[in-house]
Design a protein around this ligand. Structure first.
Ligand code: ADP
Ligand code: MG
Ligand code: MG
Length: 877
């Protein structure tokens, strides 16, 4: 069995397509070697070894020999020797899973150094400072990653040293300082582990490999995987690579770059580098790096070579790349290339640009944009008319604006988010431990670090607004506040940040939603060409209908009439109707509602001109429209006190009596939906009349309206027959009176398990089905939507449920009922139109499911229409 694959010389054994086995980093290092791009020689230990090691708790036979042989190959290529005292080969040990997990797994650089070989390295290179700088870095990283000693212990020792000397930068320390640090660091290791720092190179290597594999199961990695739905069984590979040195003086350096701007998608080389530094310095934000364009003047040849390489890489991978490089005494080496993370806006711009450049086709472009990214693009920005009180400015690290209360720790952000509170996480810099808190916060503000710092990269990936490297801010963790200029901002104070400009703003600013950009229009129109699933919207007002149409909705899948009943002008008539004990009184109240309801429908039909509109008849229990019990009692007391007229008093007493009467133990399973239409047919009759009168009026204006009347909460065919009879009677009467013949449909919601199971019978009467997956989820699980908050979070945390079934359709259970409903419905009525109108209609996974089971359309809230359009296209590709 082959466990080890070489790269970086003419023996390269891997390639890009072997990501599953070699991890993303390893496969791409091999691919770069194949493209004849300079990569330091190294080898990859496969992900398979990780899986075996974590399962069996020991390595597979033969691995050790393969590693030893690979090291010999590295020695042959470099002319150095691992563990040698005079000319030591130093290694980096790097993790690399199938997909990049930024900062999740740690890297050890300069492995192979010890008390003797550091002298050899100094002699060989003639650079003492460099040798001891490398050694102190190695000790720090090895202690942190492999021995699990807090990084802070080393960091504070280093900081103290700099303070002692009165210098700011690591590069200001001289060789004696560094020698001193090395001794101190070894002391810390001895103290913390009770053992001396391991001097033997092969032992160091083995320990580092163990640590990388082991770190696959550390808490940070697990959290990241959970947030990004990465399976634990994938495992990570380990890359062992010969070192190249960016810390050999002023003609050396290290940097990271993107082949296009990861924030805007603009086609320009974008990146930063540090002279006389090693890898992690750039990402950790230890010194503020220089923009890549200055390299053009500093080292023109290297710059040109780098440009050639990045263009070659982008051409080859046909996608924006995120690259790492190191310059050793004027010689360029590539250390990594991967598909670059980007903001939603950049994803869309790059995808459309690359189609134009002929690099990719339209379908590929569609797959480059995640539906969730579209969601982010529709996220808030600062209202341009606002006059924000800008107190500081940092780097615009991840666009969008956020408002929240200041918190200083990730735990705090998480706690507050659980209570539904909005926070801005303010940190000196972030590290992988902060991921959970970053996810919970509305936005992130850091004091240190550049555009490629941990905070920036992670925030962009999450679509969270982030302002990074805001050096004007001074955080005082003890006092729990931060200072900037003359301002002191305490924990809990409200601030706003604008990740598109880098502004930090005092207090709360107005946010607005951006429109759809022309590139997004482009992507969505390509999506429309590909998808077969229609996308409708849930809208109850002409305004929402209009917004949804602008987002590309092709009709209304759910117009909830109860929302109309709450209007201030009509709630008195609605209450009259509910209070009525005799049918005549009720009819009189309904008569008052009729013209208002008719106007509602005229407005909606007009806004949706030319598209189908499904109107659901009244659904919620009637008590929802009455004042609540306490309010009514208060009113009663008030009246008594002021010696009110008898009639007024009676009225209030009557209301209270009616409230008592209508009170239900379990209103969601109570007197609602079609049950109202059966006990009070005149309510549905009024609504049907309003719908048809509205349609007739617009027909006279020359519009074509096909109203779809939807009966909610059917569990039994007899219910539907009953309601339908009453509705048809009215519909026919109106058409006769107006002398207009309309096409109209009567259908039903399928939102109770019994309806799904008897859909063959129901389809005899129903001309369309709409799966109300909110209630269907509620009734299938037996989870009350209103009470599930008490236990669902625990279910999700403990893994009993993978997703919240009210957000992501439960395909196994609820989905099965949907499938049964579709099958049985179509068996009776092959051309029956079927859609879904629950929250799930705009959730990408559920949309895909809807496509696969053969729905005709999904219906979702207006802002999710673009997401659903793209998700429906992805379902086809
Ligand atoms: P990450 O996945 O966190 O980016 P990497 O394995 O890429 O971790 O390594 C971290 C840093 O170390 C990077 O900046 C990289 O450029 C640097 N590095 C890794 N291997 C070498 C090497 N062989 N020589 C010099 N620097 C290296
Ligand atoms: Mg790292
Ligand atoms: Mg890297």
């Amino acid at each position: 069995n082959k466990f080890v694959y070489l790269f970086g010389n003419d023996e390269t054994e891997g390639k890009n397509s072997m990501k599953d086995l070699l991890g993303g980093k390893g496969a791409n290092l091999a691919e770069m070697s194949n493209l004849e791009i300079p990569v330091p020689v190294g080898f990859t230990i496969t992900t398979e070894v990780c899986t075996l090691y974590l399962k069996d708790e020991h390595y597979p036979a033969g691995l050790e020999g393969q590693i030893d042989n690979a090291i010999k190959e590295l020695e042959r290529t470099t002319g150095k020797r691992f563990g040698d005292l005079n000319n030591p080969l130093l290694l980096s040990v790097r993790s690399g899973a199938r997909v990049s997990m930024p900062g999740m797994m740690d890297t050890v650089l300069n492995l192979g150094l010890n008390d003797s070989s550091v002298v050899g390295l100094a002699n060989k290179t003639g650079n003492d400072r460099f040798a001891y700088d490398s050694y102190r870095r190695f000790l720090t990283m090895f202690a942190d990653v492999v021995l699990g000693i807090e990084h802070e212990k080393f960091e504070s020792t280093l900081t103290a040293k700099k303070k002692d000397k009165g210098v700011k930068q690591d590069t200001d320390l001289d060789v004696d300082d560094l020698k001193g640090l090395v001794e101190k660091f070894k002391g810390i290791i001895k103290e913390e582990t009770g053992k001396d720092f391991p001097q033997e190179a092969r032992e160091q290597l083995q320990m580092a490999i163990d640590a990388v594999f082991g770190s696959w199961n550390n808490q940070r990695a697990i959290t990241y995987r959970r947030l990004n739905a990465i399976p634990g069984k994938w495992g990570t590979a380990v890359n062992v690579q010969s070192m190249v040195y960016g810390n050999m003086g002023d003609t050396s350096g290290t940097g990271v770059a993107f082949t296009r701007d990861p924030a805007t998608g603009e086609k320009r080389f974008f990146g930063e580098y540090l002279i006389n530094a090693q890898g992690e310095d750039v990402v950790a934000g230890i010194r503020t790096p220089q923009p890549i364009k200055t390299l053009k003047n500093n080292m023109p040849e290297v710059y040109n070579q780098l440009v050639d390489i990045y263009m070659k890489l982008e051409d080859h991978f046909r996608d924006m790349q995120d690259i790492e490089f190191t310059i050793e005494k004027g010689k360029l080496f590539m250390l990594q290339t991967r598909t670059g993370k980007r903001t939603a806006a950049a994803a869309i711009k790059i995808a459309t640009d690359m189609v134009e450049e002929g690099l990719i086709d339209k379908e590929t472009a569609l797959t480059r944009v995640e539906p969730a990214q579209v969601d982010r693009l529709l996220h808030p920005n600062i209202d341009p008319d606002a006059t924000p009180d800008v107190i500081a400015n940092g780097l615009p690290a991840s666009p969008g604006a956020a408002v929240g209360e200041v918190v200083f720790t990730a735990e705090h952000a998480e706690e507050r988010a659980k209570k539904g509170e909005k926070t801005i996480l303010v940190r000196a810099e972030t590290s992988p431990e902060d991921i959970g808190g970053m996810n919970a916060a509305e936005g992130i503000l850091t004091v240190r670090g550049g555009m490629t710092s941990h905070a920036a990269v992670v925030a962009r990936g999450m679509g969270k607004p982030c302002v990074a490297g805001c050096g004007e801010i001074v955080i005082d963790m003890k006092e729990k506040n931060f200072h900037v200029g003359e301002h002191t901002i305490n924990e809990g104070d409200m601030i706003s940040i604008d990740g598109s400009t880098g502004d930090v703003i005092l207090g709360e600013v107005e946010l607005i939603l951006p429109g759809v950009s022309s590139e997004l229009e482009q992507i969505l129109s390509w999506a429309d060409e590909v998808r077969t699933l229609k996308v409708r919207t849930n809208a109850d007002t002409p305004h929402d209908a209009k917004v949804a149409r602008d987002f590309g909705a092709e009709g209304i899948g759910l117009c909830r009439t109860e929302h109309m009943f709450f209007g201030e002008d009509r709630i008195p008539a609605v209450r009259e109707m509910i209070m009525a004990e005799e049918i005549d009184v009720r009819k009189a109240a309904l008569k008052k509602l009729l013209p208002m309801q008719r106007e509602d429908f005229i407005g909606i039909f007009r806004a949706m001109e030319g598209y189908p509109v499904t109107i659901r008849l009244l659904d919620p229990p009637l008590h929802e429209f009455l004042p609540n019990h306490e309010e009514a009692i208060e009113k009663l007391a008030e009246l008594n006190a002021s010696d009110a007229p008898q009639t007024e008093l009676d009225r209030v007493k009557k209301v209270i009596g009616r409230i008592e009467y209508l009170k239900e133990m379990n209103p969601m399973l109570g007197h609602r939906g079609c049950r109202l239409g059966i006990t009070y047919p005149e309510i549905y009759e009024m609504q049907a009349q309003a719908i048809i009168e509205a349609a007739c009026e617009l027909t006279k204006e020359g519009m074509t309206i096909v109203p779809e009347i939807m009966i909610p909460l059917i569990s039994n065919i007899e219910e539907l027959e009953f309601v339908k009879r009453h509705v048809i009677k009215v519909v026919e009467a109106v058409m006769e009176e107006k002398s207009i013949k309309l096409d109209y449909m009567i259908g039903t919601m399928i939102e109770l398990p019994r309806a799904a199971l008897t859909a063959d019978q129901i389809a005899k009467e129903a001309e369309f089905f709409s799966f109300g997956t909110n209630d269907l989820t509620q009734t299938t699980f037996g989870f009350s939507r209103d009470d599930a908050g008490k236990f669902l979070p625990f279910y999700l945390e403990s893994g009993i449920l993978e997703d919240d079934p009210f957000a992501v359709l439960d395909q196994e259970g609820v989905g099965q009922l949907v499938k049964i409903g579709i099958e049985k419905g179509r068996a009776t009525r092959p051309d029956i139109k079927i859609g879904i109108c629950g929250e799930h209609g705009g959730e990408p996974k559920s949309v895909k499911f809807g496509h696969n089971v053969g729905l005709n359309y999904v219906s979702c809230s207006p802002f999710r229409v673009p997401i659903a359009r793209l998700a429906a296209a992805h379902a086809v590709i």
